[in-house]
Design a protein around this ligand. Structure first.
Ligand code: ADP
Ligand code: MG
Length: 363
């Protein structure tokens, strides 16, 4: 039942497109472009679209990604950094409507997750060394630093977002959108492609994949990588409009004294979450899938079904430190074994019914 695994093998991207699985009946060749945003390569591929139309749409997406990179970056000069400085100084700050909307979305998702996902914890992420392009080296922060971060109790509901004016009642809030920015970026890119008349495309951002359009009988099929080995846990054939995101402790982390410190921080302790290797969430929203994948890592092996129900996600795969695969019925329906079956026995876990959805205070 439990899988014996060697830990500490930190592997790269959680998801990749499984090649060779689509029928090539298209009159127009597939068009592919790669973008770089928030330290991640985003690959977009269109299908059955005339090349000029595809390239034009990709150019619009590229411009949009560049703007997001500037405005949403947690540790480079830009709108978010300026907003964080204003918050620390107790001042209000005007942001662009896109960023205001993203913050509203983050505030609502934080409430739904019981604040296990909360983009206000940027100070904690920074203290653990994850505001850099390369993984941290050295020691964890001192106990006194962790205690101070915890005492600051930063949370999204400290924010008031009135139109495009943002202020915080708590100067300890430091925004870091990393846990849902990739998903939100793919949502916006998919909307750009739709607006450009593109009806069949896949957007792949290492750890997150989103599909657009009427794939019909030749769905975009993606692989969920095995976090312990260079293999594949399973494949999922994505339906139009779906987004699959994976978060975990095997991509950005550091090991010290035999302990793995992940870049996913538990806001209740101001320390990296423990016990979970990866969580994959399938839904029809990139931002929701991405935020929920992070929140469920923090929730851990016992509490994740309740948080998933609160957040309104039904298709979840969790892999724990010892290799146990926990899967909701909705995800079980969608997982396709690859090359000789699933790597470990799967335990199907029902989500609780009738959970009360937390209500976000006005703001
Ligand atoms: P990835 O970026 O690998 O897809 P995630 O989606 O889980 O992984 O996002 C992790 C990032 O989110 C961290 O690098 C940090 O910027 C931020 N973060 C860490 N912990 C939290 C948390 N509890 N709530 C919200 N954001 C978080
Ligand atoms: Mg996430």
């Amino acid at each position: 039942m439990r899988r014996r695994v060697a830990l500490g093998l930190g592997l790269a991207a959680a998801l990749g497109l499984a090649g060779g699985l689509r029928l090539l009946t298209a009159p127009a060749p597939d068009i592919r472009e790669t973008f770089y945003v928030f330290g991640t390569l985003v690959e977009i591929e269109t299908h059955d679209v005339p090349e000029a139309q595809a390239r034009d749409a990709m150019a619009r997406v590229g411009a949009h990604f560049r703007q997001m990179h500037r405005d949403w970056h947690a540790w480079a000069p830009g709108a978010l950094e300026s907003l964080n400085e204003a918050i620390a100084a107790g001042q209000s700050f005007d942001v662009d409507p896109g960023l205001a909307q993203l913050l509203q979305q983050g505030r609502a998702l934080a409430c739904r997750s019981d604040v296990l996902f909360d983009p206000a914890v940027g100070g904690m992420v920074e203290a653990w060394g994850f505001h850099a392009d390369t993984p941290p080296e050295g020691d964890p922060p001192a106990e006194a630093v962790v205690a101070k971060l915890l005492a600051g109790h930063p949370k999204m509901t400290d924010l008031t977002i009135a139109g495009t004016t943002v202020r915080s009642s708590n100067p300890a809030v430091q925004l870091d959108l990393g846990a849902y920015a990739k998903g939100a970026a793919l949502d916006l890119a998919a909307a750009d492609l739709t607006a450009a008349g593109i009806t069949d495309a896949v957007l792949n951002a290492g750890g997150g994949v989103q599909v657009l359009g009427d794939a019909g009988s030749r769905p975009w099929r993606v692989a969920i990588r095995d976090p312990f080995e260079w293999g594949v846990v399973a494949a999922v054939s994505l339906r139009p409009g779906e987004a699959l995101h994976t978060s975990g402790n095997y991509e950005r982390y550091f090991d010290k004294g035999g302990i793995r410190f992940s870049h996913i921080i538990d806001p209740r302790t101001a320390r990296p979450m423990q016990g979970i290797v990866s969580v994959s969430v399938l839904s029809d929203s990139g931002a929701l899938s991405d935020a929920a994948a992070t929140a469920l890592c923090v929730a851990g092996e016992q509490d994740w079904p309740r948080i998933a129900a609160q957040m309104g996600v039904t298709a979840v795969l969790m892999i724990t430190d010892d290799g146990t695969m926990l899967v909701t019925p909705a995800m079980m329906d969608r997982l396709e074994p690859v090359a000789g079956g699933f790597p470990a026995p799967i335990t199907v876990v029902d989500l609780p019914k009738d959970v009360a959805i937390p209500v976000c205070p006005a703001g």
